[in-house]
Design a protein around this ligand. Structure first.
Ligand code: SF4
Length: 384
């Protein structure tokens, strides 16, 4: 074992130590097969979609139910996209659900319902980029490659003391890790690199004293481990404003409308309201969805999307049973429980003190599970 990180150990030796550590440290996760047992490709593919922007602890809680509902590509391809959106409820970033549905349909139409093993074919499926293609190929089919996700970028940027900013590393690392590709057990090696980033080489406080690669790590030797990878300043999110209307009837029905089938929160259900504007809307220019005695609900509701900071004011009214809305439809509680409601809608209802149906309540408790952009960057696949 080298003690001089200016001349680190050869990749084979580093890989050997990594796998030795992984054999004792690997977590049991519902999509992960036992060592030596082939993984189910569809399970691996679904887990990669789920893990793209949601923390591993959350995915681990939801995965078994999700797979029970969609045990293979055919079961998802044959279901309406609304069923996938509903199963996805509370996981955030719903575009992934639509892409997974399209991916399942493409697997059925192009590959007879079996997930292809070739990374090139995988990349041609909807929602699958270079990382996911490499992850499915390596983990499910033992294709000799090393998927480079945020954890792997972090570990290698430190191991090799790479000082380029993160966007440059994202482009360059797939080529730089080639000498580290394990050709005997690429499935175990891929998961081992990710696991080291999740459990030991942590974003702000790397546990170098516990790390199996500490003797080879250049950043540790230079005392700059926590500074890597170098990040560009985060972009400012543009602020948007809107007013939304919460109309409810004495039988518990709520007035909801469906968002357009493309764009942000596509196809999800929301409270009717104004457009999202770059300055607070003039209330006098708005036409509420029903004529009623609208009362303001105190406070501003803030909701952060990846590239948008949305500030909302809420108006509320109880209206007679026979009220016909100008837009949207009335949904009784038992139907609301089956609708794909985004976190934003549930947040607004909670702000107004509305009781949600039991199933929607369950999703409500998961709202905090949707990782913020910063959390996603820092703790993808971490068990935190
Ligand atoms: Fe990461 Fe520290 Fe291990 Fe280097 S020694 S790979 S910085 S945990």
């Amino acid at each position: 074992m080298s003690t001089n990180p200016a001349h680190p150990d050869p990749p084979e030796e580093i890989g050997r130590r990594l796998l030795q550590w992984y054999a004792g440290a690997r977590r049991t996760l519902p999509w992960r097969s036992e060592t030596g047992v082939p993984a189910d490709p569809w399970s691996v593919l679904v887990s990669e979609f789920l893990l793209q922007q949601t923390r591993v602890a959350v995915v681990a809680r939801r995965f078994t139910d999700f797979m029970r509902r969609f045990p293979d590509p055919a079961s998802m391809a044959g279901a309406p996209v609304e069923a996938v959106l509903h199963a996805w409820q509370g996981l955030g970033y719903y575009r992934r659900a639509r892409l997974l549905h399209a991916c399942a349909q493409a697997i059925c139409s192009r590959h007879d319902g079996s997930v292809p093993s070739d990374p090139g074919l995988l990349r041609r499926l909807p929602g699958i980029g270079p990382y996911t293609a490499a992850a499915v190929a390596a983990i499910a089919f033992r294709h000799p490659c090393l998927p480079v996700d945020g954890n792997v970028i972090r570990v290698f940027s430190r191991l090799l003391a790479l000082q380029d900013p993160l966007p440059v590393l994202r482009r360059q690392l797939p080529a730089r890790v080639l000498p580290f590709v394990d050709r005997v057990a690429p499935d175990e090696a891929a998961q081992a690199w990710m696991e080291l980033g999740s459990l030991v080489c942590l974003p702000s406080r790397p546990r170098c004293g516990d790390c199996c690669l500490r003797a080879s790590c250049r950043a540790r030797a230079l005392g700059i481990a926590a500074e890597l990878p170098r990040r560009p300043a985060p972009p400012d999110r543009p602020v948007r404003y809107a007013i939304v209307f919460l109309a409810h009837r004495s039988d518990g029905a709520l007035l909801l409308r469906r968002r357009p089938s493309t764009g942000i929160l596509a196809g999800m259900f929301e409270l009717p309201g104004s457009e999202w504007l770059d300055s607070p809307p003039d209330e006098r220019s708005l036409t509420p969805p029903v004529a009623a005695g609208w009362r303001p609900v105190a406070g501003e509701i803030r909701h952060l999307f990846t590239h948008l900071d949305l500030r909302l004011r809420l108006r509320r009214a109880e209206v007679p049973l026979a009220t016909v809305p100008r837009e949207g439809d009335w949904y009784p509680p038992h139907r609301i429980a089956r609708l794909p409601l985004p976190a934003l809608t549930r947040k607004l209802l909670r702000h107004a003190g509305m009781e949600l149906p039991a199933e929607a309540m369950d999703a409500r408790h998961r709202e905090g599970d949707v990782a913020s952009a910063r959390e996603r960057r820092q703790s993808r696949r971490s068990g935190a």
